[in-house]
Write a protein that binds this ligand. Structure first.
Ligand code: ATP
Ligand code: MG
Length: 197
């Protein structure tokens, strides 16, 4: 599961948990983006802090892992490069990969690098996201759409954008992110004086 995770929240964790159960996954690997190409114009928290928050959020769950593959790669992060790296790693020899995304992200897939080839390297899962219906997958070209597996999950109307806004306005983020993530954000004063573009 790839994401900027700026910050990670219960929406991400629930999507991973539901996909884990639905597809009998042996583990879910969270891959915080190094440099997100589609967020180039907006201020993004340092990769190291986003990585640490992802570790804190997933530490209680034995089948959740966090990978540093994107934050250690130079330049912009493309999912296709990440999948090639993970697939060629000996620890994943013979593994079948599922890429977990929210419906909003999957609708954007035509703008990703080499979407056709990406679909050959893994199965795509599109989980429900507040404000979107799976019907919207009809907007995608047939050859992509046919390879994406829709997965209904309970809707949690949470986004990192809204969390950053809440912090800026001194509103609580309790029960929206794991307690350790909330403490980390407070300790490092993240998102306090940030302006969204
Ligand atoms: P931002 O508002 O900064 O874009 P975000 O909440 O969308 O943040 P991302 O890091 O962009 O989080 O998302 C990573 C992946 O998790 C994407 O595939 C996204 O669709 C999915 N996702 C994020 N929030 C939810 C949620 N509440 N329910 C289901 N999927 C989600
Ligand atoms: Mg997003």
């Amino acid at each position: 599961m790839g994401g900027t995770f700026d910050p990670i929240h219960y929406g991400h964790l629930l999507a991973a948990e539901e996909a884990h159960t639905a597809f009998w996954l042996s583990e879910v690997v969270f891959v915080p983006t190094g440099q997100p190409p589609h967020k180039a114009r907006q201020k993004v928290t340092s990769p190291e802090d986003r990585y640490l928050m992802t570790e804190l959020a997933t530490m209680d769950c034995p089948y959740f892992r966090v990978s540093r593959v994107e934050i250690e790669r130079k330049g912009e992060s493309y999912t296709i490069d990440t999948l090639r790296t993970l697939r060629s790693s000996p620890e994943y020899a013979g593994s079948l990969f599922y890429f977990i995304t929210g419906l909003d992200a999957v609708l954007d897939i035509v703008s990703w690098k080499d979407p056709q080839e990406l679909m050959e390297l893994c199965r795509f899962v599109a989980v429900s996201r507040y404000g979107y219906t799976h019907k919207r997958m009809d907007e995608l070209p047939q050859e992509l759409r046919s390879k994406i597996i829709p997965l209904e999950i309970p809707l949690l109307a949470i986004s990192s954008t809204e969390l950053r806004e809440r912090i800026k306005r001194n509103r609580s983020i309790r029960f929206l992110v794991p307690p350790a993530v909330e403490q980390f954000i407070r300790k490092k004063s993240l998102y306090k004086n940030q302006t969204e573009e």
